[in-house]
Write a protein that binds this ligand. Structure first.
Ligand code: GLN
Length: 486
């Protein structure tokens, strides 16, 4: 096996035991990048020299017998909406194409503390708005499994680099499915943690009450390892959950322990949803059958508010983004129009030229939903439905340990297939969005291939702060699936 194909857990073990150096890991990953990045196009920036320097420093510390962090020497990629004090943080937007953040996000500080080696920043839909990476103003990213298909979005770059062995693990962000859906499309594991579990300090805001940073890995253990590095309380994020309420756990420690008496909920309203492709339905049914064989019980749960989640999300998310994105005014941050007529024009032309079509659409939608006279009819109503969605989950988790369903209704689609029809694109997230509205954790793991040979994802959701159990449930399937492939 080539170095870049190793699991993250194995790579760190080898680096720490001096069987391999961090430099070798970084060099192997960059050799792979040189080979496949021209076709995939997942990176917006790369930091080879800095990465090699960092790797040498970690190797020297290991050689000297000094203690090192849990990600010692591991090459890792980061979505380009997470602020780094080095290089640019573009958010896939012309608005921030040259923006250099003055500080590191909390998760970047934690990665550095864990001695990870950040090798580059990944492409994304502009300001994390989209499901295919096609909304990036800066680059086109292809699915590593088929160059004619999208990698999913908005964290498509982070999913693609892990799938293509151009990084061992990566970080993405998930507001309505942006970690899980690209994980599903690219055949990797992606975890959206409980809202408040991972600090959002330094994550460029899209919809603050929904945004959450999370890990991608090629397997469940690698994802758990990265979670160990990034989870925890941060007093700079007012929605970060105090560790007294949700103590930090070692997500790797009990990963191989199956969950006894596992009860899996399947949602009546999801099974009935039109638009679910047959091959996806078949794979998910097969996965459920495998859990049953392991002794799990399947219970049907009724979640009457689920059909409203897309509509609710597009009210809440657009309202919040219309407010969050007012800061891009041509003065404080980013792009400024070159020849403004007057000071009003600085604002309007900078925004008109700096933002792409989808971002503008959402700002307009959100501004409308929040405007006097419409606030009660749209925004307030959406908040009420959001509460009902949350209650649906609370009731469901009284009956089962987790809920399983497809991550996305179909496998990765072709470029251009949905770009002219935003509503069609929005339906990509039909199974992922309710999770963000409720704030619970959910994971996507590969569960087979579609009729087109493209990966399919199984989504598993569980109650607040039960990531540890969620990862164990995911691992149960992974083990059986690996064994049947042997
Ligand atoms: N695809 C959804 C959207 O376009 C979710 C994006 C995300 O999770 N960042 O808003």
């Amino acid at each position: 096996m080539n170095i870049e194909q190793l699991s993250a857990v194995e790579a760190v073990t080898r680096i720490k035991s001096r069987e391999m150096t961090s430099r070798e890991a970084v060099e192997a990953v960059f050799a792979r990048i040189e080979q496949v990045e021209p076709q995939v196009g997942a990176y917006l920036s790369l930091y080879k020299q800095e990465a090699l320097q960092k790797a040498d420093a970690i190797d020297a510390r290991i050689a000297a017998g000094e203690p090192v962090g849990i990600l010692a020497g591991l090459p890792i990629a980061v979505k380009d909406n997470i602020c780094t004090a080095f290089g640019t943080t573009t958010c896939g937007s012309k608005m921030l194409e040259n923006f250099r953040a003055p500080y590191n996000a909390h998760v970047i500080e934690l990665l550095e503390k864990a001695d990870a080696v950040i090798i580059g920043k990944t492409n994304m839909d502009e300001f994390a708005m989209g499901s295919s990476c096609e909304n990036s103003a800066l680059k086109k990213t292809a699915n590593p499994h088929d160059p004619g298909k999208v990698p999913g979005g908005s964290s498509g770059g982070s999913a693609a680099v892990v799938a293509a062995n151009m990084a061992f693990v990566s970080l993405g962000s998930d507001t309505g499915g942006s970690i899980r859906q690209p994980a599903s499309f690219c055949g990797v594991v992606g975890l959206k943690p409980t809202y408040g579990r991972v600090s959002r300090y330094g994550l460029v805001a899209y919809a603050s009450s929904l945004d959450q940073i999370g890990p991608f890995g090629r397997n469940v253990a690698d994802t758990a390892l990265l979670m160990n590095a990034i989870a925890g309380y941060d007093d700079r994020d007012s929605t970060s959950i105090n560790t007294d309420l949700a103590p930090n756990e070692d997500y790797l420690a009990k990963l191989d322990e199956p969950v006894d008496g596992l009860k899996i909920g399947v949602v009546k309203q999801f099974i009935a949803s039109e638009g679910l492709h047959d091959d996806v339905r078949r794979s998910v049914d097969e996965a459920l059958a495998r859990y049953k064989k392991m002794g799990a019980e399947i219970v049907e749960v009724d979640m009457p508010s689920m059909p409203y989640s897309i509509a609710t999300y597009y009210m809440v998310a657009t309202a919040e983004c219309s407010s969050n994105l007012t800061r891009y005014d041509g003065v404080h941050y980013g792009y400024r129009t070159p020849n403004p007529k007057d000071y009003i024009d600085v604002y309007s032309s900078s925004r008109a030229e700096g933002f792409g079509a989808e971002v503008k659409r959402r700002i307009m939608l959100g501004t409308y939903a929040l405007s006097a006279g419409y606030y009660d009819a749209y925004y307030l109503k959406a908040l009420k439905v959001r509460n009902l969605i949350r209650q649906d989950f609370e009731k469901a988790f009284k009956l089962c340990d987790c809920i399983m369903c497809p991550t996305a209704p179909e496998t990765a689609f072709a470029f251009g297939e949905k770009t002219n029809d935003p509503l069609k694109m929005y339906l990509s997230d039909i199974y992922t969005i309710a999770v963000n509205l409720a704030g619970i954790p959910a994971i996507s793991i590969p569960c087979g291939k579609g009729d087109d040979g493209m990966p399919i994802g199984l989504q598993i959701m569980s109650s607040y702060f039960t990531e540890s159990k969620l990862l164990r449930i995911a691992r149960m399937y992974e083990k059986v699936a690996q064994a049947s492939r042997l």
